[in-house]
Design a protein around this ligand. Structure first.
Ligand code: C5J
Length: 218
């Protein structure tokens, strides 16, 4: 069984029961001039994940392993956007530089060019922060007998954390790759990763992508 050097202890996983989850690598969050930057955020903090994720996805695909992408967003009429989310996110649905913000079908809602899914890779559209809430993700994982998730994407303390917590409660073992997850806030990145691996790995494991790539290339 492959073993990755990870915190707090090495991560063991069965190659045929592990999926790579790429969370919300969307133009709205990552492109200069997009929604994320319009809120005053430094998109460079997220964009540093693109290089490591490109290498990881190439290695993962070369090994014939499954990749599932997610996108945060809503139906054009916002009927699936909880009123409480809209109240605290009044920009949702409003026109932005790359189309209506966080609305499905808009240019900004889609995944950045560098990390576009290839044929056969599911893209899960989610209205919430977690990838399990109101999505088909549980069925996709069940269908392939997935037991472990390698979790990547943005943002570390919001959609990555929420998804890892949801997955952990459902019995999945989650490895979060520090160089493939990003936060606009360096302190949230640092503490967010610490929280996952704290107390003996309370939600999961944390590692760097080269350690995983080395294992799957064997
Ligand atoms: C946020 C996300 N931060 N994908 N979304 O609102 O983490």
């Amino acid at each position: 069984m492959p073993t990755v050097d990870a915190s707090p202890v090495p991560f063991n996983f069965a190659l045929d029961r592990t999926a790579l989850l790429v969370i919300d690598m969307q133009r709205d969050f990552l492109l200069p001039g997009g929604f994320g930057e319009s809120l005053g955020n430094d998109v460079a903090q997220l964009r540093r994940t693109i290089g490591p994720l490109t290498s990881l996805m190439a290695a993962w695909r070369a090994a014939g392993l499954p990749i599932i992408h997610t996108r945060e967003g809503h139906e054009p009429d916002l009927s699936d956007c909880p009123p409480a989310k809209l109240a605290r996110g009044p920009m949702i649905g409003k026109p932005g530089r790359f189309g209506r913000i966080l609305v499905r079908g808009e240019y900004g809602h889609d995944i950045i060019d560098e990390l576009q899914p290839i044929d056969g890779e599911p893209v899960v559209d989610k209205p919430g922060k977690g990838a399990f809430y109101a999505t088909e993700l549980p069925e996709l994982l069940d269908k392939d007998g997935i037991e472990s998730l390698v979790v990547t994407g943005v943002t570390t303390e919001v959609c990555v954390h929420t998804t890892v917590r949801e997955a952990n409660d459902r019995g999945y073992e989650c490895l979060v790759l520090a160089d493939c997850v990003g936060s606009y806030f360096p302190e949230f990145q640092r503490v967010g990763l610490q929280m996952i691996a704290a107390q003996g790995g309370i939600f999961g494991w944390v590692a760097e992508s080269p350690a995983l790539i080395k294992e799957i290339a064997r």
